[in-house]
Design a protein around this ligand. Structure first.
Ligand code: DGT
Ligand code: CA
Ligand code: CA
Length: 578
């Protein structure tokens, strides 16, 4: 039953979509869109306002009509206006408007002339070449539609790594309980630590002499399986109740390495490996490497790579982005690992929008094996997050000094996550920043600035003598918010010149820097800090996702700022201000 603001916003957006297709009055459509945007950003739940008898028309853009609809949705779970539109138009047709290049007029034509009602039907029609003949379309438009619809379909179906983990790990444990199973590996993009996955690929390896029928039965009887798409003796595909697809392969122990390799490497990496085998006159497939009929490798991944003249390649690098040459010439990087991190340089407490106290955060970081933690609450401009002004920041610094006298084995560093204002100044005066060990600076507003302006805003912030590192450098939220437009190479080169650093924010919804930017920072010689951005004790677990992303970006421990022990870190921090 819809009760949250976001649910109401979704209904209003859907009404606006359907009204657009009906070519209703544009003012009416805009009223729904504005209300949806307002609701999506409103901190208070309107449900609570209704319960308290508050007047909804006091909300911006809400008149009597929309107030009555919100009331209806919250109290009955329904919206007659939407139901009426659904009676006139196919239920999923609104989604077509979100395919780039399709407006209401085209959606109407596609529906009337070709009975296209869903994105899938649209993709099929474009593939079959049925769209080009429609009046006002043509072959070029059809090609653009095909590209746009493919982007649209693949976008909506990818799942964040952290979400995939919640489904994949328990399923793998379940499979480990089946009879005859030697080991279970989650392969595919999940093993490569891609930030999102399309589906989950699981490899079950059997004990010598075991048969796979028990494992197969075990798999399809998992209680989260909603639908079995295909089931054979060695492979199966299912859809879980969450909508996530899982592909299963069952192999003998003798083929474990070749199968794991096949199921892990991105397709391009696999093709490149296969080519190496072919050049030697051999054959590589998911069962092993074969010279004629003789199998020469396959039981372990190490064997497979070695046989091809390569060292073992970490899964995160298997994208065909130069790792194969590096493996051939012994130049693979020794990738950073979680145990290399000595500290964390970005965390919040309940002084701003975090949940826990300074001391609780310090203990949680220490329990994870860290020896320093920077406290970086928000600055004053983040009023909703109760950001710190100079006075409160000075008080927090005093508290940290006293706490450090008591703490044993972990040191708290004094910091701030300061807003970068639209003109590139920082949200606190230098006199406040000077007392801190480090200054984490971030863009939290005006994501829409044009590229040059956004880039120069950040460069100017970096020129502040107390600037230490740029937090979540692109601002993107995975699958939710696009990165702002910024010239990252210029930012990285400026950081090099200034001697400051970039963050790889490990929050699983951010993972920002992107892997390609990590590699850029590495190539330009700029150190990256892998930070949790913890807002509560549990959030230190995010660091492992940051490590996965850093590994995809080819970073070694020496490329990462917070692998340094505290004395060396302090020297590096002091170096920026010198
Ligand atoms: P995803 O699921 O879109 O996040 O990405 P992957 O990489 O998990 O792709 P998926 O599930 O289609 O395939 C699983 C693995 O199988 C993939 O890592 C590489 C391998 N693979 C898939 N298609 C091909 C292919 O056509 N040729 C070769 N050599 N390998 C393939
Ligand atoms: Ca996959
Ligand atoms: Ca798959």
């Amino acid at each position: 039953m819809p009760t949250h603001n976001a649910d109401i916003a979704a209904i209003f957006n859907e009404i606006a979509d359907l009204l657009e297709i009906e070519q209703a009055n544009p003012f009416r459509i805009r009223a729904y869109r504005n209300a949806a945007r307002m609701l999506a950003e409103l901190a208070r739940e309107v449900r609570g306002m209704i319960e308290r008898g508050e007047d909804l028309t006091e909300l911006p853009g809400i008149g009597n009509d929309l107030a009555a609809k919100i009331h209806e949705i919250v109290t009955t779970g329904k919206c007659r206006a939407l139901e009426n539109l659904h009676a006139e138009l196919p239920p999923a047709i609104g989604e077509l408007l979100h395919v780039q290049g399709l407006g209401p007029k085209r959606v109407r034509t596609l529906w009337h002339d070709l009975d296209i009602q869903t994105p899938e039907q649209l993709a099929r029609a474009a593939q079959d070449g049925r769209i080009r003949a429609l009046p006002g379309f043509g072959a070029k438009t059809e090609e653009n539609i095909l590209q746009a619809i493919e982007a649209h379909l693949s976008k909506s179906h990818r799942v964040k790594l952290v979400t995939a983990a919640q489904y994949a790990e328990p399923l793998a444990s379940w499979l480990r309980g089946a009879c005859g199973v030697q080991r279970v590996d989650i392969a595919g993009s999940y093993r490569r630590s891609r930030e999102t996955v399309g589906d989950i690929d699981i490899l079950v390896t059997l004990n010598v002499g075991a048969d796979g029928s028990d494992a197969m039965r075990h798999f399809v009887s998992y209680d989260e399986v909603a639908e079995v798409l295909a089931q054979g003796t060695t492979r199966a595909s299912v859809i879980l109740k969450s909508g996530l697809q899982v592909d299963l392969r069952i192999v003998s122990a003798a083929a474990h390495g070749a199968a794991l390799c096949h199921l892990t490497g991105a397709k391009a990496h696999n093709i490149a490996l296969r080519k190496i085998a072919q050049e030697k006159g051999w054959k590589l497939n998911e069962y092993g490497i074969f010279k004629g009929r003789q199998k020469v490798a396959g039981a372990s991944e190490l064997d497979v790579y070695r046989c091809l003249g390569l060292s073992w390649i970490p899964p995160e690098l298997r994208e065909d982005r130069g790792e194969i040459d590096a493996a051939r010439t012994g130049l693979l990087p020794e990738l950073v690992a979680l145990r290399d991190l000595k500290g964390d340089l970005h965390a919040h407490t309940k002084a701003s929008d975090g949940r826990d106290s300074l001391e609780a955060m310090a203990c949680a970081a220490q329990a994870l094996g860290l020896s320093y933690l920077a406290i970086t609450d928000h600055s004053r401009r983040q009023a909703m997050a109760h950001g710190l002004d100079p006075q409160r920041l000075a008080e927090q610094c005093d508290t940290i000094d006293h706490l450090n006298d008591r703490l044993n084995g972990i040191v708290l560093l004094k910091g701030i996550e300061v807003d970068i204002l639209v003109d590139g100044r920082l949200d606190l005066p230098d006199s406040s920043l000077r007392q801190l060990d480090l200054v984490v600076a971030a863009v939290h507003s005006r994501f829409d600035l044009p590229r040059t302006k956004q880039t120069e805003r950040i460069l100017r912030a970096m020129d502040n003598p107390y600037f230490t590192l740029l937090a979540h450098p692109t601002g993107r939220m995975i699958e939710e918010r696009a990165p702002y437009d910024v010239d990252m190479l210029r930012v990285i080169r400026h950081a090099k010149q200034r001697g400051c650093f970039l963050e790889l924010n490990a929050h699983p919804e951010r993972l920002d820097l992107l892997d390609t930017h990590c590699r850029m920072a590495h190539d330009e010689g700029v150190l990256v800090a892998i930070n949790s951005d913890a807002h509560s004790l549990d959030d230190f677990n995010n660091l492992k996702y940051g490590i996965g992303q850093a590994r995809r970006g080819w970073l070694t421990a020496s490329n990462v700022l917070n692998t340094r022990a505290l004395p060396e870190l302090k020297q590096l921090l002091a170096g920026i201000r010198a």
